[in-house]
Design a protein around this ligand. Structure first.
Ligand code: SAH
Length: 261
């Protein structure tokens, strides 16, 4: 229903930047589901699970704007511009993003362009990977006996190195959650030990948490890189470091084969 050049159609289009959670469709918010069901067009990337894509109604246009490591399907500016164009055509646009749009999701960049262009938008928070993955792996991110703080960092490599504040990360009594860290796992564990953490600090890496493909590999800073390699993990993976990882043995409850009743 494009009404080119009409002020009315420009005003009626809007964008919802929606967090899709970590994978299990039951972890979508009620609002996320409602907006997906009412959308004219949904833009999504590779972190959004197949089970969630199945909730998009037939007749709703789907556009894959995925980014895979080293292979950007659409540059970020093109995604930003596409959102603006679709909204100005009068469409109800849902921009679905894995996890929470404001946590390592470039959500801020996308709505900045919308704000500049006067397109109306809303942001729907989602369950970020750290929360979802930790819950399904039975690893509380904080615990009075183990961690009084929890930090989220990105382990994304720039020119093959991780630019992180190692001093701050290598502190006792805190949980460190690393997004996008698989390719730098070796370096991450090495640096944390070099900056003072015990080599036997518990650590876990979780593949495709909350889904049927979930796999939890636990060890400590010294052993985790080797164990992760042996397990041949598939992206996405999340790394959790700290004493809380020990609780996994007792608190693990999710069986990926049977799912959640
Ligand atoms: N906005 C997202 C994060 C995007 S960055 C969020 O809030 O969760 C992408 C990274 O998120 C992946 O490299 C991985 O580290 C993590 N991730 C997302 N979903 C995950 C899942 N189901 N299991 C494990 N890690 C996940």
């Amino acid at each position: 229903m494009a009404e080119h050049g009409s002020v009315k159609s420009t005003a009626s289009g809007k964008v919802a930047l929606v967090g899709a959670g970590p994978g299990d469709p039951d972890l979508l918010t009620v609002r996320a589901l409602r907006l997906i069901q009412q959308a004219d067009v949904v833009l999504y990337d590779n972190l959004v699970s197949k089970d969630i894509l199945q909730l998009i109604p037939e007749g709703c246009e789907r556009i894959f704007v995925g980014k895979r490591r080293g292979n950007h399907t659409l540059p970020q500016e093109a995604i930003n511009e596409l959102l603006v164009r679709l909204a100005k055509e009068g469409k109800k646009v849902v921009r679905l993003k894995g996890g929470d749009p404001f946590i390592f999701g470039r959500g801020g960049e996308e709505i900045e362009t919308l704000a500049e262009q006067g397109v109306s938008f809303q942001v729907v928070p989602g369950i970020t990977a750290a929360s979802g993955v930790a819950a399904y792996a039975g690893i509380p991110l904080t615990h009075r006996d183990h961690a009084q703080a929890c930090v989220f960092v990105t382990g994304h490599l720039k020119n093959d190195s991780m630019d992180l504040d190692w001093e701050q990360l290598a502190r006792p009594s805190q949980t460190v959650v690393v997004y996008m860290g698989l390719h730098g796992l070796d370096q991450l564990c090495h640096q944390l030990v070099a900056h003072g953490l015990d080599a036997r600090t518990p650590a876990a890496i979780v593949q495709q948490g909350t889904t049927k493909q979930q796999k939890v590999v636990t060890g400590h800073l010294e052993s985790l890189p080797r164990k992760a390699l042996e397990a041949q993990l598939q992206a996405p993976t999340l790394i959790i470091i700290g004493g809380v990882v020990l609780l996994h043995q007792r608190l693990s409850w999710f069986d990926p084969k049977t799912g959640v009743a």
